[in-house]
Write a new protein. Structure first.
Length: 257
């Protein structure tokens, strides 16, 4: 089996597509790496309390002890959703007049509907939580969902040795977002166009929202904006920030200013 040094997982690792699990990065210092409790091959990097999901190369799992991507047999990982579903009890026959719902214990925006004797996971629209008392998606302040994540790996700078095949093609970390099914029709409040402020390295950050913007001078850096506040971030070794995809990609593939 051949091994190849692929990249360093830095505490200033690339922030790609923002896709946070409720509460997973609350109170976590910037740069903290957290396992995805729903998918063994993903992990989060925290910045400003927001988790950004990153993927291990195909076939590998994230190890929260070493903060690296490793073979599944070397990582003790059981997705929480799988365990949660196994604990739910649904009647063998459906009763349309008495639908059975279960709240998720691992995500506030998830819930389960019993159908055909099995629980089926559904998701509220972005920004909404499941309200078990009303059996509907609702504003978070009305849903009163309390979920605490207890996995808190320490921050470290780690060299990741990733197993690869004999192919010379380089593996990369790509961003992903978990697909969701909007289970109820809700009216999402609209906002006016966000104000823009210049705060870091001459880069303008919108006052509202989370963005990743290219650094005006150095391709290996980018600016992470959150509600008007900018912080300088660095891509992993041998990666550069792509101005079109707004992600860190292999340096030979990057479109840089």
């Amino acid at each position: 089996m051949q091994y190849k040094k692929l990249f360093y997982i830095l505490i200033s690792c690339a922030l790609l597509t923002v896709c946070s699990a409720d509460g997973i990065c609350n109170g976590m210092p910037d740069g903290t790496l957290m396992p995805n409790p729903f998918n063994c091959s993903d992990f989060y990097i925290c910045n400003g309390g927001v988790g950004t999901i990153l993927n291990c190369p195909e076939g590998l799992h994230f190890n929260p002890q070493t903060l690296t991507c490793e073979y599944p047999e070397d990582v003790q990982c059981e997705p929480q959703e799988e365990n949660e579903v196994n604990e739910l009890q649904c009647p063998p026959e459906d009763d349309p007049a008495n639908l059975i719902f279960y709240p998720s214990q691992i995500r506030c925006d998830w819930y389960y509907l019993c159908s055909g004797g099995k629980p089926h996971r559904l998701s509220c629209a972005p920004g909404y939580h499941w309200n078990q008392a009303k059996f509907q998606c609702d504003f978070p302040q009305n849903a009163n969902c309390q979920i605490v994540f207890t996995t808190t790996p320490s921050i470290s700078t780690t060299t990741s040795t990733v197993p690869t095949s004999s192919s010379t093609e380089e593996s990369t970390i790509t961003s992903s977002t978990e697909p969701t099914t909007q289970s109820s029709i809700v009216t999402t409040p609209t906002t006016s166009s966000p104000e823009v402020t210049t705060d870091h390295n001459g880069v303008s950050c919108p006052q509202i929202g989370t963005y990743t913007l290219p650094h005006p001078v150095r391709c290996e850096f980018f600016v992470f904006c959150q509600d008007g506040v900018s912080t300088l971030q660095k891509c992993p070794v041998a990666f550069k920030f792509d101005m079109y995809d707004h992600t860190c990609v292999w340096y030979q593939q990057a479109h840089c200013l």
